[in-house]
Design a protein around this ligand. Structure first.
Ligand code: B12
Length: 249
């Protein structure tokens, strides 16, 4: 079990000490950050400060120095965003601060996405991805998209606040075989089920497989709404897409 002092970056140590009040979350984050490179911790710290210019610069520098894109994404950007999520939940920060952190995350992701996308060789299947109607959260969906593209899928991104009609039009237009839906709000989660219902009503359900995800979504909820798969994170999303596309994971 790692100790707080095993984390080299002072900002990260302070953030954990000052804001993570739940013992399990505190220890999970100490264990997460302690083995990571100082450069990754600096990226996470800049993200936590909502400093998109520094995240941009440090991410580029880390990639230039040969750190793998996945490592920069996991140990720097996603690790930092995890603390942002807890601070927001506990009302230590509010929407403007979260938006600044999200902007910083996007600045870093802008360097990572082309690398992950370029690493895919043959296109495995076409996937339509969108955040459901009423929901504006797109960070997790965008991470999934990057990982899917990096793994060889062709992804059509419908963005946020996506209506059932928009999903249906995109499936027909692109002859896609998989639809991925993301929801971060308990109030918008039911729109996943409604979208599947709309496909059934339009006789389109047999043409596609549905995978769903987002922090409040569970396997149980996915089963209840009649989705074909659920993924808890971007790696699980790729594994699920491969399963639904009938290729080995
Ligand atoms: C960033 C954020 C925002 C930003 C969004 C910016 C953006 N461009 O996305 C802003 C500030 C706009 C925002 C607004 C709001 N938010 Co907000 N937000 C968050 C926060 C802090 C982080 C979400 C995030 O990006 N996480 C990081 C990513 C990497 O994780 P993720 O999204 O879960 O995605 C991963 C997995 O879930 C999975 N996944 C995701 N999608 C998919 C799809 C598929 C197919 C698969 C397989 C997997 C998968 O893979 C991803 C990568 O690993 C969360 C807190 C939290 N801990 O989640 C609250 C949170 C989601 N927000 C919340 C709320 C209440 C709101 C607001 C209503 C606040 C308000 N009062 O205005 C509004 C709603 C706006 C709207 N209509 O959508 C609540 C929701 C509570 C609930 N139970 O419904 C949360 C949980 C905070 C809280 N505890 O109160 N928010």
């Amino acid at each position: 079990m790692a100790q707080l002092n095993d984390i080299s970056n002072e900002t990260i140590r302070r953030e954990i000490a000052d804001y993570l009040e739940r013992e399990d979350e505190r220890q999970r984050n100490i264990d997460l950050f302690a083995p990571t490179q100082p450069a990754m911790q600096e990226i996470a710290a800049a993200l936590l400060e909502g400093d998109h210019k520094t995240v941009d610069r440090l991410t580029r520098a880390a990639l230039d120095s040969g750190t793998p894109a996945l490592q920069v994404m996991d140990d720097g950007l996603i690790a930092g965003m995890g603390i942002v999520g807890i601070k927001f939940r506990e009302n230590f920060i509010f929407v403007p601060e979260v938006l600044a952190c999200a902007r910083a995350m996007k600045a870093g992701m802008a360097h990572i996405e082309p690398i992950l996308s370029a690493s895919g060789i043959e296109k495995l299947a076409k996937v339509i991805m969108g955040t459901v109607k009423g929901d504006l959260h797109d960070i997790g969906k965008n991470l999934c998209i990057m990982m899917l593209r990096g793994s060889g899928f062709e992804v059509i991104d419908l963005g946020v606040d996506t209506s059932a009609d928009k999903f249906m039009t995109a499936v027909e237009e692109h002859s896609a075989s998989i639809v991925g839906m993301s929801a971060l709000l308990t109030t918008t989660m039911p729109n996943m089920g409604r979208t599947i219902e709309a496909f059934i009503d339009a006789d389109l359900r047999d043409q596609v497989k549905f995978m769903v995800g987002g922090a409040p979504v569970t396997q149980e909820f996915a089963d209840e709404m009649g989705a074909d798969g659920y993924g808890k994170d971007a790696l699980a999303c790729v594994a699920m897409a491969k399963r639904l596309a009938g290729v080995a994971a």
